[in-house]
Design a protein around this ligand. Structure first.
Ligand code: ZN
Length: 241
């Protein structure tokens, strides 16, 4: 099927589901949106937050950009679109949590680590944008001398999430709501090769695995990571609390 036909068929299914079979949701959403969660995700086509997290329309407010970055508040004019969306979500929508959702095989982080861009124009625009995570690249290069590019990229993806979490603290609205206990910040990393999610634990200052179930055929659990009888849900609750 031609791509555009596939997209239109998709819209037809969407319309049947939400306007014919269950019209109540959009009738209510027309009065206003009240998403509880802001997700800052990558533009990458393989990492769709609503699809991955099983959310319905109206549940997630999503900001997507190359490499899921949050620049520091007030840094120049060029980042205003991202900053405005975050500020709107926190101040106007009063979201209860912000999740910075990073992922493996991230092209933006790969370009940052290699400092290689296809064209001069890309180096200007993409390079300037991903330089928000330059402290992550420097940290990884200093911490992991001799590591492979793949290992450096995985580490940089996670270090960049921590930097974005730190940059969120430069928003006064974020600081105020966190102080009142009305907002929590989370850093998640999706490993698309293994189908696993790791969650940043500020206490451990590390990303900890969150495996709710085994996708596909069961694999033998590695000795260093014993199988958890509750499928990791208990641990997930502890990390996310
Ligand atoms: Zn990415």
């Amino acid at each position: 099927m031609h791509d555009i036909q596939r997209l239109l068929s998709g819209f037809d299914r969407f319309r049947r589901r939400y306007y014919q079979e269950d019209p109540a949701l959009y009738r209510s959403l027309c009065a206003g949106q009240h998403p509880g969660t802001l997700v800052i995700a990558c533009c990458d086509s393989r990492v769709d937050p609503a699809l991955m997290l099983g959310c319905e329309p109206g549940e997630l407010f999503v900001v997507r950009n190359v490499a899921n970055l949050v620049p520091p508040y007030g840094r120049g004019e060029s980042h205003q679109g991202v900053l405005a969306a975050i500020q709107f979500a926190v101040e106007q929508l009063a979201v209860e949590r912000i999740i910075v959702l990073g992922h493996s095989q991230c092209g933006g982080i790969h370009a940052l680590m290699r400092q290689s861009f296809t064209t001069r124009a890309e180096a200007g625009v993409v390079g300037r944008w991903v330089s928000v995570a330059e402290p992550a690249r420097r940290e990884v290069l200093a911490r992991m001398p001799g590591a492979s590019l793949d290992q450096c990229c995985r580490a940089c993806e996670k270090a960049a999430i921590r930097i974005s979490l730190r940059n969120l603290e430069s928003f006064s609205c974020v600081r105020e709501r966190r102080a009142r206990g009305a907002l929590s910040l989370h850093g998640w990393h999706f490993d698309m090769a293994r189908g696993e999610l790791e969650v940043y634990s500020p206490q451990a200052d590390a990303f900890l695995p969150l495996c709710l179930s085994e996708p596909g055929p069961r694999r033998k659990a590695p000795a260093a990571r014993p199988a958890r009888p509750d499928g990791g849900i208990g641990r997930a609750a502890a990390i996310l609390a």
